[in-house]
Design a protein around this ligand. Structure first.
Ligand code: GLU
Length: 271
């Protein structure tokens, strides 16, 4: 069986060493290596970053197979996937503002990082009236209801083994917003299946998201790939590299005379 992996950056900044490491981890395992630009958040993504990412990957020697999938060109496909979930009654409108969610999370029974479920139980007539009044809303996945549809789920994580999927870890995630009619979670499972990805190799910061992705795959009738979550590169003080660390962008390193071989050697040593 051919191993098909991918790198799926969001072009919200220049490629930094941490991302490039992730790309390399996926590239070195691949018989077929796919590239995808996750640019559905058109308020934050910029075409010049997308071009720069492709150029930086080429410079590093990480070549990809076939066309680059550009998510912003495929909104109708994601809308169809969303409609399937909506038709099964698994989505609900959420009118909460960020501030309201933060307040509920810090209340005695709130859980930090998890949506408190405020809008899950709104009576239908209240929902209808708020939508009719033009109030902005997001669509959230009712994880408990979704779980009842599919039952127990598991996935294979390399270096760990079979794991039971626990989508509750992320709670009722947002699957669409007014300004972004689809979400990362929905698009990523759609496209991993479409691009025939057999092994999703990505940073361990996305491990919790995998549990939601496995649930979405079951709901949408998509095959679950094998997952591998690698450790994240850190700076000399142990802090995770981020897009705002300008010195760690491939552009800066290249301008300062760093050679691709030196970067790849660092990756070999970190893998
Ligand atoms: N687009 C995501 C990011 O740049 C990565 C998604 C993934 O690898 O699943 O963080």
């Amino acid at each position: 069986m051919s191993i098909v992996t991918r790198f799926a950056p969001s072009p919200t900044g220049y490629l930094h060493l941490g991302h490039a490491f992730s790309a390399w981890m996926a590239w070195k395992r691949a018989d077929i290596f796919r590239l995808r630009l996750e640019d559905i958040d058109t308020t934050r993504c910029r075409p010049e970053y997308a071009d720069a990412i492709l150029e930086d990957l080429r410079w590093l020697g990480l070549d990809w197979d076939g066309e680059v999938r550009v998510q912003s060109q495929h909104f109708p496909e994601y809308a169809r996937a969303l409609e399937k979930l909506q038709a099964r009654g698994l989505l609900y409108p959420c009118f909460c503002t960020r501030a309201e969610i933060a307040r509920a999370q810090s209340a005695p029974h709130g859980v930090e990082g998890l949506y408190p479920g405020t809008c899950r139980t709104l009576p239908p007539e209240v929902r209808a009236a708020r939508i009719a009044s033009g109030a902005p809303y997001a669509l959230r996945l009712d994880v408990a209801a979704a779980r009842r549809c599919v039952g127990e789920l598991r996935f294979f994580e390399e270096n760990t083994g079979w794991l039971e999927a626990k989508p509750e870890r992320l709670g009722d995630v947002v699957l669409a917003r007014k300004d972004t009619p689809s979400s990362y979670h929905l698009c990523v499972v759609h496209d991993d299946a479409l691009q025939g990805i057999t092994h999703v190799i990505r940073g361990e910061d996305l491990r919790d998201a995998t549990h939601i992705h496995v649930l979405l795959q079951a709901l949408l009738g998509l095959r679950t790939p094998i997952y591998a979550h690698h450790r994240l590169l850190t700076d000399s003080s142990g802090k995770r590299l981020a897009k705002r660390d300008k010195a760690a962008t491939l552009r800066e390193m290249r301008a300062a005379g760093t050679k691709p071989q030196a970067i790849l050697q660092q990756f070999e040593a970190s893998a």
